[in-house]
Design a protein around this ligand. Structure first.
Ligand SMILES: [Ca+2]
Ligand SMILES: [Ca+2]
Ligand SMILES: [Ca+2]
Ligand SMILES: [Ca+2]
Length: 397
């Protein structure tokens, strides 16, 4: 109105320029909204800006129409918003915010109206991305030693985006840093794994689309142990050592009998050679055994059962450990684990570890008829037999 009044004053002052003023007035009306409209009230000029126009469903967008203008002397009194998703609102300030719940493309419009009833509108297009949808097939129950398939192949993006899969399996430490839950273990859409351990296994699948919108799903599967039938089988293992010892000398051997089994019996015989029938007095050797882990030490001297027989020393032990029941079933994740468990049972540990056998020539040169022993030392033979129980483990399927 101010502008119009000024133009009219100019026209009255310079009458000769009246035609030019009228032409300017018409041009102004055509080119500028805000100039006096010959048909309606003076119009504002709507202007719309947004803080983001590419969002994911459920995210807000801030709309700003405060840079809209209205001709001098008028003020914008109303901003009417149409978000194109069915929602509308009216504000007196040029700011609002709206959350788009559904994916799609929306033409958001603001219509600004001034106090004289003039109005103008501006639009902005908002793209709302759909989150990927997870379709996951995981067995809820499986068994150690079985393969399981975790299949998310049917997952999809409603608006057709390319998908990336990321599996975090809390029981697999793919990067080997000791923490099984801090890495992506697979980026395949479907994975097949051998389950090596029993328990409640948990994981998370995350699918991300080409707009970096991610959807995650937590899952778990119960892995049960395997069942095994155990039968203990008896085996006999023999060792024979021999040698020649002079008086005061000692021979020794260290070995570990019954590895992979449970020791049940041991039977050792040390036999000395006789130079003559009815040789008197006899040589005398000592047989010693030491099993430190069982704090077991024994010592036996040779003697003759009758004068015609070779001198011998015996070491004999039965029922070193308890004999397991005929057949039993056990639950365990794997065969080796169960074997170790069985062999480590306290009722079966006696005699485990190193055995030291020692033969000492205490008296290999005894006085006899001519104060001469025809053999200053003696030949000896040590025969040892073990009875060992070994677990035969078969899976009960
Ligand atoms: Ca998408
Ligand atoms: Ca790790
Ligand atoms: Ca992991
Ligand atoms: Ca001798």
């Amino acid at each position: 109105m101010v502008l119009v009044r000024r133009i009219m004053i100019g026209a009255s002052l310079r009458r000769g320029a009246a035609r030019r003023v009228i032409a300017t007035f018409i041009l102004c009306s055509i080119l500028l909204s805000g100039c006096t409209n010959p048909i309606g009230p003076p119009k504002p000029a709507a202007n719309l800006a947004v803080d983001i126009d590419q969002i994911n469903a459920g995210e807000p967008v801030n709309f700003d129409a405060r840079s809209s203008t209205s001709p001098e002397g008028t003020v914008i009194t109303e901003y009417a918003w149409d978000f194109d998703d069915g929602a509308e609102t009216t504000t007196s300030q040029g700011l609002t915010s709206h959350v788009f719940e559904e994916p799609g493309t929306y033409g958001v419009t603001v219509r600004v109206t001034n106090d004289l009833g003039g109005s103008d509108s501006a639009s902005w297009t908002i793209h709302v991305n759909a989150y990927p949808e997870i379709s996951l097939s995981v067995p809820s129950l499986t068994k150690v030693g079985k393969f399981v398939t975790l299949d998310a192949n049917a997952s999809h993006d409603p608006d057709g985006g390319l998908l990336l899969w990321a599996w975090s399996l809390d029981w697999l430490d793919s990067d080997g840093d000791g923490d099984a839950s801090n890495e992506v273990d697979s980026t395949e859409s479907s994975i097949t794994l051998m389950m090596n351990e029993s328990g409640e296994m948990e994981g998370t699948l995350t699918i991300t689309d080409d707009m970096e919108a991610s959807t995650s799903r937590h899952f778990s599967l119960n892995v049960t142990t395997r069942t095994w039938r155990v039968v203990w089988e008896e085996t006999r293992v023999s060792y024979t050592w021999d040698g020649y010892l002079e008086q005061g000398n000692t021979w020794a051997v260290i070995h570990e009998p019954g590895e992979g089994g449970r020791l049940l019996e041991v039977n050792a015989t040390l036999t000395l050679a006789m130079d003559f029938l009815l040789q008197l007095p006899q040589d005398n050797f000592t047989l010693k055994l030491a099993v430190p882990t069982s704090a077991w030490n024994e010592e036996h001297a040779t003697s003759q059962e009758d004068p015609t027989k070779e001198p011998k020393a015996y070491l004999d032990r039965q029922e070193m450990n308890s004999v397991p029941d005929g057949e039993r079933t056990y639950d365990a994740d794997d065969r080796d684990q169960l074997r170790m468990l069985l062999l480590d049972e306290t009722v079966g540990r006696y005699g485990q570890g190193n055995w030291t056998w020692q033969v000492t020539a205490d008296q290999s040169d005894p006085d006899w008829i001519d104060e001469v022993d025809p053999d200053e030392g003696n030949d000896w033979v040590l025969e040892v037999e073990f009875v060992i129980l070994t677990p035969r483990i078969t899976e009960v399927v």
